[in-house]
Design a protein around this ligand. Structure first.
Ligand code: HEC
Ligand code: HEC
Ligand code: HEC
Ligand code: HEC
Ligand code: HEC
Ligand code: HEC
Ligand code: HEC
Ligand code: HEC
Length: 499
């Protein structure tokens, strides 16, 4: 039992970041006896209220490490969302800042990743457009279906004077359309972004639950992001499904607490977490540590209209941004614009700041990091050839379908026959959406994650069917109606004639 306190104390004495967070978390300054005492009261009473929460916690590593109810739920005395609750000043909503006291490196990695900025896309044009489709009244506040994956700006019910309204437990009542949610980029009341329980759901907060593919599939599934479907129909998922999940030489050892290292703890199959996040033993010796930045090991953007490889720019404050192939890449020590969304009341606002570049990570370096994972199970010739196949598939999508389609739309726009305002353009816009957003994503993600079904059947087969049998004829129809038929017939024939 002493071990937990010792670890925490040790981190706090030697960890610089911890001392920064220590001043922000008042519960840590009061004697730990007070924390234990208050937590025991929570436990005793909550065993009657919601026994399963307490039992989940009792079975967790946190319970062993004496990370208890009040350790996480204590609120600073001036925290606006804090409330008096049965003799303790607490809060219900917990943010990465509350975990940072003990897991500062992980919080920093998560916060710098695309996961943490997932809510900001809701405030882009793309997001507004899609939310009109999803929300019952076209009211931006109501995009509930998006927030479950992307995250919301958490807001509270307020009375006429703008003060919080409280429930019988004393807690401020949250705006139902913004909470509960554990979206990847949730914007928390304290201004921090992200939600650790999007992957480590409470109250067992385990690494084990997060590393199982079902965890990522909550969000990475469906037509417009078919990663789970692609994985499920790959040889990797077959190997995962047919391997024992427990310990032993041929087991996945999936329930192991804490670190889970490929080629040390398991050998049979990779899960999403293995390839994108997990630690692995290098063939040359030594262990590459796990990362909470899911962008570290990928180069392509597979979700855009035209895929581009991305260079990562890391700034001196460890924030980062991606630059698409073809755009100017800054030099180290140069200043470069960092665009970010920050909490502004119950909304978000865009800010751009100039920051100093500390490091440039090329697409090749990012792919090398992924290849290191593959190397535990495959020869370098298989892996290198796989990457050639994958690149070739993405290029086929780009060059044969996406670029010619976009060029036609651009021409129609110049001729005043296409507005480029999404769904206002009717069927033509939907057909293009079907090419890049649905079938094109299946093709590219299928190629990335070794699924013949997604790459070809759900992917290229659909891309080419829509392109040749619906999209091109529709372009011709729109052109004919605009008295430009002959010009587009020539353009379309040129596309069809290309090998
Ligand atoms: C004497 C009993 C009692 C004690 C002690 C107690 N609670 Fe509660 N707690 C409750 C009850 C009752 C509720 C309301 C349950 C409901 O709404 O279903 C509640 C609700 C909560 C909620 C949810 C509040 C919301 O947003 O609606 C949290 C979080 C919570 N307790 C945490 C704690 C923590 C942490 C402690 C210890 C510091 C603690 N409780 C101590 C009885 C207690
Ligand atoms: C490691 C930190 C941590 C510890 C320890 C912890 N909690 Fe929580 N608790 C959370 C998080 C995270 C949430 C989710 C809240 C959110 O959505 O932000 C939560 C939510 C809750 C809720 C609301 C749950 C719901 O589904 O409505 C209650 C009640 C609660 N905690 C009580 C407790 C009690 C009692 C204990 C001790 C047995 C405890 N917590 C220990 C982090 C913690
Ligand atoms: C007071 C310190 C402290 C706080 C606060 C804290 N943790 Fe932990 N946590 C620990 C310690 C100590 C361990 C065990 C060592 C390790 O795995 O890092 C641990 C382990 C974990 C593990 C791995 C457990 C396993 O069984 O695999 C997860 C996941 C985790 N914490 C998530 C969280 C999240 C999410 C929060 C915030 C909601 C949080 N922790 C808050 C101290 C803390
Ligand atoms: C089932 C979970 C889920 C839902 C629901 C969801 N998304 Fe997404 N969204 C994702 C994932 C996962 C990605 C990233 C992976 C990808 O696109 O291949 C993403 C990507 C995006 C992107 C591209 C982001 C970028 O950086 O380029 C936009 C824009 C977007 N979503 C908007 C929305 C809107 C608006 C809604 C609601 C109408 C919505 N999403 C609903 C999971 C979801
Ligand atoms: C995208 C999903 C995801 C999110 C979000 C996430 N984690 Fe994790 N986390 C994982 C996975 C997967 C592992 C296990 C890696 C492994 O198996 O080696 C893990 C492992 C951990 C561990 C155990 C590390 C160890 O080596 O013992 C801790 C602690 C942890 N996470 C804390 C956090 C905290 C704190 C946050 C929020 C800032 C967070 N995680 C957000 C997926 C996630
Ligand atoms: C709660 C929903 C959610 C969960 C769970 C989730 N993701 Fe994501 N993920 C997203 C969203 C949304 C995005 C797109 C963010 C954006 O581009 O703005 C994303 C983006 C990504 C990216 C692209 C990163 C980049 O830099 O372009 C990868 C890779 C990824 N996720 C892997 C994972 C893995 C692996 C897991 C499970 C361990 C996981 N995700 C769990 C929602 C989720
Ligand atoms: C065998 C390793 C492996 C496994 C297992 C795996 N992936 Fe991937 N994933 C990749 C590779 C390789 C890429 C493409 C990398 C690149 O662009 O350089 C990729 C790309 C992605 C992307 C980027 C999509 C975009 O729009 O840019 C996301 C998101 C993603 N994977 C999520 C997942 C999820 C979720 C799972 C599990 C359901 C998973 N991956 C399983 C290797 C893997
Ligand atoms: C934990 C082990 C493991 C890791 C890590 C792993 N794979 Fe595999 N992979 C397998 C197994 C098992 C098979 C099936 C082997 C066979 O058919 O002989 C396989 C098969 C493949 C295939 C052939 C697919 C087919 O349908 O025939 C390719 C391509 C592949 N892997 C690429 C990769 C790439 C790229 C990575 C890294 C991003 C990777 N693998 C990581 C275990 C792994």
């Amino acid at each position: 039992m002493l071990r937990g306190k010792f670890i925490v104390a040790l981190i706090c004495v030697f960890g610089l970041t911890c001392s920064v967070f220590a001043t922000t978390k008042e519960s840590m300054k009061v004697s730990s006896e007070d924390v234990v005492d208050k937590s025991n009261k929570c436990i005793t009473c909550h065993l009657k209220e919601d026994k399963s929460i307490v039992t989940q916690w009792e079975n967790s590593t946190h319970s062993v490490e004496q990370v208890s109810c009040y350790t996480c739920h204590a609120a600073k005395s001036d925290d606006p969302i804090g409330y008096e609750h049965e003799g303790a000043f607490i809060k219900t909503i917990i943010s990465p800042n509350d975990c940072a006291f003990c897991h500062s490196k992980i919080v920093q990695e998560t916060t710098a990743s695309k996961h943490a900025s997932a809510a900001s896309v809701m405030y882009s044009n793309d997001g507004t457009l899609a939310s009109m489709v999803a929300s019952p009244h076209g009211d931006k506040k109501e995009f509930a279906s998006c927030t479950e994956c992307h995250g919301s700006v958490i807001a509270f019910e307020k009375d006429k004077e703008g003060k919080f309204v409280h429930n019988k437990a004393g807690a401020p009542i949250t705006d139902f359309s913004t909470w509960p949610n554990s979206g990847a980029g949730r914007v928390n009341p304290d201004g921090s972004v992200g939600s650790c329980n999007s992957c480590h759901s409470g109250h067992n907060f385990s690494a084990s639950r997060a590393r199982q593919p079902e965890n990522c599939a909550k969000c990475h599934s469906g037509d417009d992001h078919p990663q789970a479907g692609a994985y499920d129909s790959s040889k990797h998922a077959i190997a995962y499904a047919s391997s024992p999940k427990g310990e032993g030489n041929s087991g996945m050892n999936i329930y192991k607490k804490g670190e889970w290292t490929l080629a040390a703890d398991y050998n049979e199959a990779p899960t999403c977490a293995t390839c994108h996040m997990g630690s692995y033993r290098k063939s040359t010796g030594g262990v590459v540590k796990a990362t909470h930045n899911v962008g570290d090991r990928i180069a392509w953007s597979l979700k855009d209209e035209v895929s581009k490889k991305r260079t990562r720019v890391v700034f001196t404050d460890k924030t980062m941004t991606d630059i698409n192939d073809g755009d100017k890449i800054p030099e180290v020590e140069e200043e470069y614009e960092y665009v970010n969304f920050v909490k502004d009341g119950d909304k978000m606002k865009k800010i751009a700041t100039l920051k100093e570049v500390a490091k440039i990570i090329t697409p090749e370096k990012r792919q090398e990091a992924m290849k290191g994972v593959c190397a535990s199970c495959h020869s370098s010739s298989r892996v290198d050839n796989f990457y050639k196949q994958f690149d070739a598939s993405v290029n086929t999508y780009n060059e044969k379908y996406a670029k010619p389609a976009l060029a036609l739309l651009e021409e129609l726009k110049k001729d005043g026959l296409y507005k480029d305002k999404g769904f206002e353009d009717g069927e033509l816009a939907y057909l293009w959406f079907g090419i890049w957003h649905k079938a094109g994503k299946a093709a590219r993600n299928g190629a990335a994650m070794q699924s013949p079904r997604y790459e070809y059947w759900e992917g290229f087969h659909e891309v080419s069917r829509i392109f040749y049998s619906q999209f091109l004829p529709k372009v011709q129809e729109v052109a004919n109606a605009g008295k430009q038929g002959a010009k587009y017939k020539k353009l379309i024939n040129a596309i069809k004639a290309k090998k």
